[in-house]
Design a protein around this ligand. Sequence first.
Ligand code: FAD
Length: 451
Amino acid sequence: MNVTADLSGVISSGMCIGCGACEMADTSVKVSLHPSRLIYEPTSPGSELAASVCPAVSVDYAGLQDYLFPGAAVGPFGVVRSVHLSQSTTTERNVKASSGGLIKELLRSLLSSGDIDAVIALDHVDGIEFAARLVTTPDDVDTLPGSIYHNLKQTPALQLLKDTPGRLAVVAIPCELEGLYSWVRTCEPQLRDKIVLTIGLLCGWQYSHHSINAMGEYLGYNPEDIADISYRGGGPVGKLTVTTRSGEQFSASRRVDFGYQVAFDRHFNTSRCHVCINHSNFLADLVVGDAWLPSTVFTKTGISLVVCRTEFAETSLKRLVDTGSCVSIQVGEDEIRESQTDRVVFGEFAYAYADFLRELGLHTPRLDGPNKGYGTLKPRRHVAKFHRELVRKQALMAARRYKYMKLRKATLELRGYVMRYVRWFMVRILRIKSLSGQRKEIPRDRFQGFA
Ligand SMILES: Cc1cc2nc3c(=O)[nH]c(=O)nc-3n(C[C@H](O)[C@H](O)[C@H](O)COP(=O)(O)OP(=O)(O)OC[C@H]3O[C@@H](n4cnc5c(N)ncnc54)[C@H](O)[C@@H]3O)c2cc1C
């Protein structure tokens, strides 16, 4: 147990991620939406016990990996038994899903085979509110949403784990699993045995609700009138779609809409995402993300990158292939790196930024993962510049000056914005790394059966 007295540093820094572990460990703590930051955070500092399970204070990656995968070798991507590129063979399910539709195929198969009694997964509640609920039948799985990128309160997942008897699967983003397992290991160790499989999402970031408000100004909807929101579906990248209570729909392409690039730029992330080094979801048994690779650019529906950390995860994936629910090819760990970039998988920015925040004497979560020491840390001047920008932009968000932020992106930030597209075109379309001999792409004939 760490010795941080309470959650006051988390509150002052705005580093909460809304996992709900503190609420579960200490009933005096309540997590609610901060009126100007527009993220979920505790309203009171709580006790030492609440701080001891909080991923915005620290995460014991080595201890938790040993607790979950005893004796397994740990490398820079965590415990890895195998890596795959996979896709659901049901086109409708694949098109609706965020990447390859793998998660829903897996959940359906686990429920039909009787391996589990129920799944704890995020579902839509109302407006922009989403919360974990129990799913007990394969058909119900298809009603779950795709990826939800705004900040949520994840306490219902922990409460369901506590209250539900039987064998369970849990679908979660990395920081949610950090909170869940820190709380289980410290406060409710008997719950560990209920979890048959955790399906983790690869995760680069989540966004404060300022992103949704800014898009409201750019697209012309009132955030108060939102009935539903979705970020993906309809292809590999997908679009943001907001439906209002009157049934009107507002959409924006996630790749090309300029307003989307402003409102979902990384300064709109929850603050802890900037120091998060757990993009690879080190604590999940099976991890699913997008295959952003030159060799998968051909897909019209999306392909998932899958990392299996346990034997049961591998067996579950193999069953999907054997029953014809999905197509899958095994690939190497290098594809994780290429798809997700060294910046995130090795925490090249996050470790450097955490050091910088500590130098400034600000509250900084202690996050030392298995990827520490790999990659090349971003230089101090780079993180210092980012920090100045972040402080400025967070003040603009708090003042709701979203229109001015758009103007700023089109002028002051234009160079960086254009360079992102140039980089994307060079790496994914021109395949510059293969042309220069830096890497070998997976040949197209291995993707037989993929759409
Ligand atoms: C916040 C966030 C950031 C992400 N960042 C990246 C990234 O940087 N790189 C990358 O490759 N992939 C990222 N992903 C994962 C990617 O978007 C897809 O979710 C993943 O590839 C699974 O796709 P699928 O087609 O199999 O799942 P889908 O069929 O789309 O199913 C999604 C499942 O995830 C659950 N879910 C959705 N949102 C959340 C949430 N916020 N918290 C907990 N559960 C949720 C749903 O209940 C559903 O069960 C991110 C996902 C999220 C939620």
